[in-house]
Ligand binder design. Structure first.
Ligand SMILES: *[C@@H]1O[C@H](CO)[C@@H](O)[C@H](O)[C@H]1NC(C)=O
Ligand SMILES: *[C@@H]1O[C@H](CO)[C@@H](O)[C@H](O)[C@H]1NC(C)=O
Ligand SMILES: *[C@@H]1O[C@H](CO)[C@@H](O)[C@H](O)[C@H]1NC(C)=O
Ligand SMILES: *[C@@H]1O[C@H](CO)[C@@H](O)[C@H](O)[C@H]1NC(C)=O
Ligand SMILES: *[C@@H]1O[C@H](CO)[C@@H](O)[C@H](O)[C@H]1NC(C)=O
Ligand SMILES: *[C@@H]1O[C@H](CO)[C@@H](O)[C@H](O)[C@H]1NC(C)=O
Ligand SMILES: *[C@@H]1O[C@H](CO)[C@@H](O)[C@H](O)[C@H]1NC(C)=O
Ligand SMILES: *[C@@H]1O[C@H](CO)[C@@H](O)[C@H](O)[C@H]1NC(C)=O
Length: 377
């Protein structure tokens, strides 16, 4: 095996045998750290099952790395705990995976994942403090490789949903604070993947070019010579990476899976000088033909766990298959009396009753395990 010289400070002048931190595939020659919070949820879920065959399969999920979601500012201290644990591992380097997810007026086109900060109440300033606190944690653990997915759905909403007043109102703030996040998370132990929606959303031909232009504009608005490793797709969604059979939910979309979407987007990113590496969430993408349309996204009935995380992706533009959304966490509540109720969670293609977004959904987890493709073994 080729040894890797790891010498971040020389990166600017690096000869080809030096692999610089913060660039290249972060999972190469590294161990992905298992977030204890997820393993604990899975272990508790297994203990509550009555079907022993299913229990054996479900127990295997505790060994699959997922991402830790910093969906409120108080989760940054939990993230710090994870970094500390990872820094104590003997096998190094460790890759810690987390999601930056606290935009002011978050989830501007839907209700289920509305967040804690509002633009009207100085949310941009509060968001920047949240990013600063993450940067401070990152600086304490220079030997841990940290992969961040940056703001699922955030910029994608600005591509297609500017007709929604909450999104129009968020247009300039989202751009500004995402550029701030990228600018201030440029440490050499950080790899950033900006969220790029999914095939059934930005993959439609009419949306590709506007998406590439928006990503470019946000990167051009960064400071510190900032860059990103690339983009994350299909976060919390249900599309498959590849396959010759189009999901009927994709309608006439020629870019009907994540690889087709990525391959179509790359030349447009290149035209704008934007990085073209990707990661793809496949946590719940085991099965297709489950929904009436791609606009359905909430606790989809019949879904199964998908491809396991691997860097063996079959596409040099795809750094890794990942599980960003922890399977078993709900997409949103089906209770119409909740302030975060979104009608998508009460469609006849959604499993009900469902708890609030992010809350453990035991029966849904059991279904995902039972429908896993490939199966768990
Ligand atoms: C397991 O079952 C107990 C008793 O029904 C319940 O209180 C607990 O919340 C369940 N845990 C999970 C993870 O579903
Ligand atoms: C975060 O840390 C607090 C305080 O230690 C703890 O109560 C909480 O359960 C943790 N949450 C997660 C998601 O790790
Ligand atoms: C969104 O913001 C961009 C950049 O400031 C601006 O060019 C565009 O017109 C805005 N769109 C809407 C609908 O406000
Ligand atoms: C961003 O800057 C690059 C390099 O100057 C330029 O090619 C690209 O067109 C810019 N993007 C936008 C959206 O203006
Ligand atoms: C950005 O990069 C250029 C060229 O490499 C360098 O001259 C400049 O000092 C850098 N700026 C910052 C803020 O690091
Ligand atoms: C979101 O909530 C608002 C206010 O309660 C409601 O008018 C709207 O219909 C909801 N949207 C969806 C998609 O459920
Ligand atoms: C679900 O609802 C849609 C309309 O929203 C309808 O076309 C479809 O037949 C329904 N499917 C089932 C299985 O009831
Ligand atoms: C138990 O789980 C297995 C594996 O998922 C499944 O094939 C079987 O149908 C389940 N049995 C019952 C009684 O639900």
């Amino acid at each position: 095996m080729k040894s890797t010289v790891y010498f971040a400070s020389l990166c600017a002048f690096a000869p080809s045998f030096v692999r610089c931190a913060g660039s290249g595939n972060p999972w190469t020659d590294a161990t992905t750290f298992l977030t204890p919070q997820y393993a604990e949820k899975v272990t508790a879920a297994v203990a509550n099952m009555t079907n022993t065959t299913l229990q054996v399969q479900a127990a295997l999920v505790a060994k699959v790395p997922t991402f830790f979601w910093m969906d409120t500012a108080d989760k940054v201290s939990n993230f710090s705990d994870i970094l500390k644990l990872a820094s104590m591992e003997k096998d190094t380097p460790q890759v810690v995976q987390a999601v930056i997810y606290d935009l002011p007026d978050r989830d501007c086109s839907a209700n289920a994942s509305a967040g804690e900060f509002s633009i009207a109440d100085d949310g941009a300033t509060k968001y920047k403090a949240y990013i600063d606190s993450i940067a401070a944690e990152v600086n304490q653990y220079p030997d841990v490789r940290i992969v961040f997915v940056v703001e699922p759905d955030g910029l994608a909403n600005l591509v297609t949903n500017l007709d929604v007043p909450k999104c129009t109102g968020a247009n300039s703030t989202y751009r500004e604070v995402i550029a701030y996040a990228i600018s201030n998370l440029q440490q050499s132990n950080v790899w950033l993947y900006l969220d790029a929606g999914h095939s059934g959303w930005l993959g439609w031909p009419a949306n590709l070019s506007p998406a590439a232009t928006l990503f470019s504009a946000v990167l051009n608005a960064t400071t510190n010579n900032a860059t990103i490793q690339g983009f994350a797709t299909d976060v919390s969604n249900y599309n498959q990476l590849r396959g010759d059979v189009a999901d009927p939910a994709q309608g006439t979309n020629p870019n009907y899976n994540e690889e087709r979407y990525i391959n179509a987007l790359i030349p447009l990113l290149q035209q704008n000088g934007v990085p073209t590496q990707f990661i793809v969430d496949q946590g719940r993408s085991g099965r297709i033909d489950l929904r009436g349309s791609e606009a359905e996204w909430c606790n989809i009935n019949g879904a199964g766990l998908g491809l396991r995380p691997t860097t063996d992706t079959g596409n040099t533009a795809i750094d890794s298959i990942v599980w960003v959304k922890p399977p078993g966490d709900s997409d949103g509540t089906s209770d119409p009396s909740s302030t975060r109720f979104d009608s998508h969670c009460a469609l006849n293609t959604s499993v009900q009753p469902a708890p609030e977004a992010g809350v453990w959904f035991q029966s849904y987890f059991e279904m995902l395990v039972e429908n896993a493709n490939p199966p768990l073994s």
